[in-house]
Design a protein around this ligand. Structure first.
Ligand code: ADP
Ligand code: ADP
Length: 225
């Protein structure tokens, strides 16, 4: 059985903009899926449904055994970690360590376990040395790494990343790709970065005007891109 299932999902914003229409897709556990398409195609709106920032107006979203509803929302959020496009949306504590500890503390984990997770997550993203720094004074690449660490510290079953390589210099981008290549979780990545999709995602879904217009192996999808 698939780990992620979207069934005939549709979503219109309050102003009437139809952002998604009739989206059906499934992904198996451990699969990495790139979501591509022009600005406004609906990539962010799709990702926001995967962890319940938006709830389906029509159709159904299922993650693991959880059908996304108001009642299942806290459980879905624990299952799915979301890395926003702008790290500044995710970092708000006085130090990096406090930012990474925030989620696990909120889950009620014991302090020793929180400490283990903070160090482990920062280690994995190569940001252990930034522990005591104020996030607002980090570089773009460092902020992105720390934003990813805040999500990893929750040990989610699935990761969702919105344009993770945007605004990164080539070195930071390479480090990001190396980091993401080590993830074993089911991953959805919205991106304009074809090389990143080719490196990390076996499969690519192309959106246009809120609909899926192509879905297949990344190398085949990008043949004539
Ligand atoms: P850009 O970021 O260059 O403005 P777009 O925003 O139009 O490009 O699309 C994002 C990426 O998705 C592009 O690199 C484009 O090649 C790819 N893409 C968009 N539509 C399709 C499609 N129908 N088939 C294959 N690739 C596509
Ligand atoms: P993408 O991530 O591919 O750029 P989005 O999911 O952000 O696309 O947007 C899909 C459509 O929904 C676009 O037409 C966009 O203008 C519109 N949209 C996005 N956010 C809002 C919002 N908060 N209110 C109204 N329309 C929105």
């Amino acid at each position: 059985r698939s780990f992620v299932e979207l069934e005939r999902l549709a979503y219109a914003y309050p102003d009437g903009t139809q952002a998604l229409a009739d989206i059906s897709l499934r992904a198996h556990q451990g699969e990495s899926v790139a979501i591509v398409g022009a600005n406004g195609a609906g990539k962010s709106t799709l990702l926001l449904h995967l962890n319940g920032y938006l709830r389906p107006q029509q159709g159904r979203v299922r993650i693991g055994d959880l059908s996304l509803t108001k009642e299942s929302l806290p459980a879905v959020r624990r299952l799915v970690g979301m890395v926003f496009q702008d790290p500044d949306d995710q970092l708000f504590m006085p130090t990096v360590a406090e930012d990474v500890a925030f989620g696990p503390l909120n889950q009620g984990l014991p302090v020793a376990e929180v400490e283990r997770r903070v160090n482990d997550a920062l280690q994995r993203v190569g940001a252990l040395a930034l522990r005591e720094r104020p996030p607002y004074r980090l570089s773009g690449g460092e902020k992105r790494a720390v934003a990813i660490a805040t999500v990893l510290a929750m040990e989610p079953a699935m990761l969702v990343l919105d344009e993770p390589s945007s605004n990164l210099d080539p070195g930071a981008r390479r480090r990001l790709i190396r980091l993401l290549a080590g993830f074993e979780q089911t991953t959805f990545i919205a991106t304009h970065d074809l090389d990143l999709a080719l490196d990390l995602c076996s499969r690519t879904v192309v959106l246009r005007e809120g609909r899926i217009v192509a879905d297949g192996p990344t190398a085949e999808i990008f043949v004539d891109a």
